[in-house]
Structure formats: structure tokens, C-alpha cells
Design a protein around this ligand. Structure first.
Ligand SMILES: Nc1ncnc2c1ncn2[C@@H]1O[C@H](COP(=O)(O)OP(=O)(O)OP(=O)(O)O)[C@@H](O)[C@H]1O
Ligand SMILES: [Mg+2]
Length: 428
């Protein structure tokens, strides 16, 4: 079969910095900078370009956790392949997250660094992309570097994309504080991305004066510090647990902002959360279709952004009769979440990104102002709605229950709207 692909217009389909990176052949290519600068998109384009124009490739696409790959880089490759009209040219394997080019048998294989068995089984690697490289350790990097020894007539390269979230990162010591002649560093910010939407640009621009650290990392793309985070402590888990006291869903509406839906399972001391939906330019009807497809039961307890009663009504009309407006008290909600141990499923990529940047607004003297800086907070708002409202209603019902029935459990299971889904309820 002969494929005739026109790549002559590639420059106009790429950011200028992405296009510059296309011809860089050093062993290490460090693409770092602010949010939304096109690092991930451009790197996927470069990898696809090499797959289409060179032979004998087996690219490893790695991220810290396997569960984060499907929704992020794997989806990105699928989107670009489809946008370039090349879907017929590739075999996309959803179960092992691999992509094979039918024309030359070049392969892209995605693996989480936590999937040690899979990593071991991938041999003959000819280039690597490490997405969100700031998540991995230097030891992980050294192991990957050692694995890059496949035979190819073309250059072998490790591309690393990341935001400079901590000046204490090994990446800074390894590639920035010491000059490595085998490394090329490309810095980019939102200003380098002509494809970025205006709202996103505005959010990044408006960080000025809110929080210097966030402004440095996400707007200017320079090294900052992982200090002043509102939720610095959380742990990753594979899946939500089956043992919990109540389960709720939280929705933050948005159109230009992402619309976010999370599921929370809560015990007395613990919150487990999973991001289910996170997408901008979507309507509430898209969200409802997703909820039905995803099997969210119509009797689920859902707390949604109270600023949009019409959207809540649309959800109720779609059968989710227990969709209610959420409590909006931001500070009390944050305090409530902080009072428990937080576990996040590893595939909640946007929620994790938000956790890594959610910080207080600072005044001129650098003092926290008890208002979160406006950056990425859609999934975290959804989490707050789910957990805080759920718990508040539960507490007030519990109090009423104690007065009336002397038993919260009895009251909670009395049917109708109880404000929580008891799950495998253990009671207090
Ligand atoms: N060449 C391109 N063509 C079309 N859209 C693009 C292109 N490059 C980037 N974009 C769009 O710009 C947005 C930001 O790009 P991307 O996600 O690659 O940024 P990033 O630098 O990886 O951001 P972050 O630091 O948050 O990971 C995305 O919505 C992406 O689809
Ligand atoms: Mg990215």
C-alpha cells in the first residue's frame, strides 16, 4: 500500500516553538514552561512526524502512573491523528494503549512508570517522551535513559515536558544548573501558543498580583516553589474503595471554563475522589449524556454549582431528581476538606493538576488573603460541592435525627431525600 501524506503545511499547524523543536536531535530535549504553551500538543506532533517520516521506531510514551495515560497523552495522539485525517493509517489499541502505523509498523507504546512489568517487556525502544516529567524521580529517569538503546538509523531522543513547579526538582539540578551538551532546552509560555483560547490566556494573565509563585510557574514558566498550596497533602490510589459512609457527586458548570464532575466517597476521616468528566466547550446536555453513559444512577446524590439553577433543573428533568444546589461557603468548605485525609484516583489528571496549583491569593506583603487565587479550580470546586454540602446536610439531618429518632442511621434510611447515599454505611 502506498500512502501519500502531505506534511508541507506542518509549520502552520504547529506553534513556532513546537516547529523549532521538530529539528532538534540532541539526546535530551527539555520542553518546559508555563501552562497552555503547547508543550504536550507539539511533542505529540513531533512524535507523530517522526513516526510518519522515519522507519524502525518504537517510541515509549511514559508518565508516572499508567492510569493517567489514557485520558492524557493517548487521547492527545488519537485527537491529532484524527485531525490530520490519518485514522486509516493507524491501528489504535485501546486495551494496551499502543498505536501502530500500518505503513511502516512503527509503534507508540504508552506505559506508566508504576507498571514495572509492562516497562520491562518493552524492548528495542528508539525514543522516549516523558510527559509531566516533574512527577518522576531522577532514579526513574536514569532507568529510562538506560532503556534507550534500540537500534535505529535515526537519532535517539528523550523528550521531557513539564511545568517548573519546584526549584528543588532534580530536573533543575540535572539540566539547568549544569550545562549538558547533549540537552536542548526550549522554554515556552501561553504567549507562544497562537491556538490557545482567549479565556485561558486571560486567566494566566490575571495571575499577576494574585500569587507570585503561581504567576512565575504558570504564566511566566519559570521555576517556582511548591509552597503555599491549599491542599499540599494527598495520596494517589488506583480505584475508589467500596467501603465508605456516603457517596456524592459534585458538578461545577462552565462552558469556557471546563465543566467538571467528580465522585466522592467519604468516611469519618477520609475523602476519596475521582474525576469523571472535565471538559470545556460542553453543554449541560453533554454532561447528562455522559452521566447516563457512565452508568451514574438516577437516584444519586448530586450537588451542583448553585449559580446555575436552570442547569440544575435540566439535570433534574433528565431524571436525576436528587440533584441539588451546593453550599457555596468557600472557606468553610476548604477547611472541611482539609480536616480529612484526601485520596485521589491516579487517573484524575485534571484534578491532580488543580491540586498542584490551588493556592491562596497573597496580599502585597505576601500574606495569604483567605481567598483562593483564580487559576484552575473547576474540579476542586466540584469536590467541595460534593463533600461539603453532603456532609453539612448529613450533619443537620443527624442532629434532627437524634432529636426525633435518636438514630441518624434510622433517619437517613427513612426514604426520600436524605442528603447522602449511604453506600456500605458504617454509621458514626
Ligand atoms: N498546534 C496546535 N494546534 C491546535 N491546538 C493546539 C496546538 N498546540 C496547542 N494547542 C492547544 O492549546 C492548548 C494548550 O496546549 P497544551 O496542552 O499542549 O499545553 P501545555 O504546554 O502542555 O500545557 P500544560 O503546561 O498545562 O501541560 C490545548 O487546548 C491544545 O489543544
Ligand atoms: Mg501539557
Amino acid at each position: 500500500m502506498v500512502y501519500d501524506i502531505d506534511l508541507s503545511d506542518l509549520q502552520s499547524a504547529m506553534t513556532p516553538k513546537g516547529y523549532e523543536a521538530l529539528s532538534i536531535k540532541t539526546r535530551y530535549l527539555i520542553s518546559y514552561g508555563g501552562a497552555g504553551s503547547g508543550k504536550s500538543y507539539s511533542t505529540a506532533q513531533k512524535v507523530l512526524f517522526r513516526i510518519l517520516t522515519e522507519n524502525g521506531h518504537r517510541f515509549l510514551i511514559a508518565r508516572k502512573t499508567a492510569r493517567s495515560l489514557k485520558r492524557s497523552v493517548f487521547q492527545l495522539f488519537r485527537d491529532i491523528i484524527s485531525k490530520w485525517g490519518l485514522s486509516d493509517l493507524f491501528i489504535i489499541n485501546l486495551s494496551d494503549l499502543s498505536i501502530t502505523c500500518k505503513a511502516n509498523q512503527n509503534q507508540l507504546i504508552m506505559s506508566g512508570l508504576d507498571d514495572v512489568e509492562k516497562l520491562k517487556s518493552i524492548t528495542g525502544i528508539t525514543s522516549i517522551w516523558i510527559e509531566e516529567a516533574s512527577e518522576i524521580t531522577q532514579e526513574d529517569f536514569i532507568q529510562l535513559d538506560l532503556r534507550l538503546r534500540g537500534h535505529t538509523e535515526h537519532y535517539k531522543q528523550i523528550i521531557m515536558t513539564f511545568n517548573p513547579t519546584s526549584s528543588k526538582s532534580w530536573l533543575k539540578a540535572r539540566f539547568f544548573d549544569n550545562i549538558d551538551k547533549d540537552a536542548t532546552i526550549i522554554h515556552s509560555t501561553y504567549l507562544d501558543n497562537p491556538f490557545l483560547d482567549e479565556r485561558y490566556k486571560q486567566v494566566l494573565h490575571d495571575l499577576i498580583g494574585q500569587n507570585k509563585n503561581l504567576h512565575d510557574i504558570y504564566t511566566k514558566g519559570i521555576w517556582g516553589d511548591r509552597t503555599g498550596l491549599i491542599y499540599p497533602e494527598y495520596e494517589l490510589i488506583e480505584e475508589l474503595p467500596e467501603d465508605y459512609e456516603f457517596k456524592t457527586y459534585g458538578i461545577d458548570f462552565g462552558f469556557n471554563h471546563p465543566q467538571a464532575l467528580v465522585e466522592a466517597r467519604v468516611t469519618k476521616d477520609t475523602i476519596y475522589v475521582k474525576e469523571l468528566f472535565y471538559k470545556s466547550q460542553t453543554l449541560v446536555t453533554d454532561l447528562i449524556s455522559f452521566m447516563k453513559r457512565d452508568g451514574i444512577k438516577t437516584d444519586s446524590i448530586i450537588y451542583a454549582d448553585s449559580a446555575n439553577p436552570d442547569k440544575i433543573q435540566t439535570i433534574v428533568n433528565a431524571g436525576y431528581r436528587r440533584c441539588k444546589p451546593a453550599k457555596k461557603d468557600v472557606l468553610a468548605g476548604i477547611d472541611h476538606i482539609k480536616s480529612k485525609k484526601l485520596y485521589v484516583t491516579a487517573d484524575s489528571i485534571n484534578l491532580i493538576k488543580e491540586l498542584e496549583s490551588y493556592s491562596w491569593k497573597l496580599d502585597k506583603n505576601g500574606e495569604a488573603m483567605e481567598v483562593p487565587a483564580k487559576l484552575f479550580d473547576d474540579a476542586l470546586d466540584a469536590l467541595r460541592y460534593a463533600v461539603f454540602t453532603g456532609e453539612k446536610i448529613k450533619i443537620s439531618i443527624a442532629q434532627a435525627g437524634r432529636r426525633k429518632h435518636d438514630s441518624f442511621k434510622e433517619y437517613g434510611s427513612a426514604g426520600g431525600f436524605s442528603g447522602y447515599d449511604s453506600g456500605n454505611m458504617r454509621g458514626f
